[in-house]
Design a protein around this ligand. Structure first.
Ligand code: ZN
Length: 267
């Protein structure tokens, strides 16, 4: 099992503090969230990226990078905002390459509910256009680029359902980060594992009650993780499970839950 933890801007510690916490958990992967203000301000400054790379290489983790998602919308109908979003994503690709990260994950974006539904097609076209540019830049720099499935929202979601993800992946040629918690807010998790199996290279795990994206500790919501791990056991050896809870206590509890579920299987 390849286990990792994801950083989050709500954690009240520095990046170094988060890395120290992760090293106590004995996980092998850390997913950096570029929405952390400390990392956002480093995005345009090579000297700062080099300093961060030095910090990262003082630990033995493999690193994944989560591109900025707060305020970012590749599907925006506003050309200035979409351009700024695409530019931010290209900086994230550069950051991932410069820090030797193994993978980059990004959200796709949504169309605001304030627009009429008929504009969804245009918004999807915009997202595809930007993603194509980002995938090209990632390929050029040797970064494995993935999109992540969205959770339920009152805006028009463009990458929430498995069919939407399939459509996007087939159009832009990227890989997939399956967010199990997000999938649980829109439907059945098996719909994603069945339709998108060959594209999954990363898995985010956290729990919820099927309505809101709560990022609860594993086992505290309605997802049957024991059953899920059982069905995934054939490929969990190769695909990393990244715990994405929004509290240190939640991360610690989730790790205990995952390890116990696996150990009980081996008895
Ligand atoms: Zn996620």
């Amino acid at each position: 099992m390849i286990l990792g933890v994801a950083d989050h801007p709500s954690f009240e510690v520095s990046l170094e503090g988060f890395l120290r916490f992760a090293s106590k958990l004995k996980v092998s992967v850390v997913e950096l969230k570029l929405d952390r203000p400390e990392l956002l301000s480093a995005l345009s400054k090579t000297s700062m990226i080099i300093r961060i790379k030095d910090l990262l290489s003082s630990y033995t983790f493999k690193y994944f990078v989560h591109a900025p998602s707060i305020d970012i919308n590749l599907a925006s109908l506003n050309p200035s905002l979409r351009e700024a979003s695409e530019k931010t994503l290209l900086k994230a690709v550069d950051f991932a390459a410069k820090t030797n990260a193994e993978l980059l994950v990004s959200h796709v974006g949504r169309l605001s509910r304030d627009y009429p539904r008929k504009l969804v097609k245009k918004s999807m076209e915009n997202a595809i256009y930007s993603l194509e540019t980002i995938v090209q830049a990632s390929n050029d720099l040797g970064v494995l680029f993935t999109i992540e499935n969205d959770h339920k929202s009152s805006d028009y979601v463009l990458a929430g359902y498995s069919e939407q993800i399939r459509f996007l992946i087939e159009n832009v040629g990227c890989k997939f980060t399956l967010d199990v918690g997000h999938a649980n807010t829109v439907g059945k998790i098996e719909d994603f594992t069945k339709l998108l199996d060959k594209f999954i290279v990363n898995i985010h795990i956290h729990d919820n009650n099927g309505i809101e994206d709560e990022h609860l500790p594993i086992g505290k919501g309605s997802i049957n993780f024991v059953e899920m791990f059982e069905t995934m056991k054939g490929w969990l050896r190769k695909r990393p499970l990244i715990i994405e809870c929004h509290s240190f206590a939640g991360i610690t509890k989730s790790i205990e839950f995952v390890k116990q579920s696996f150990l009980s299987k081996q008895r």
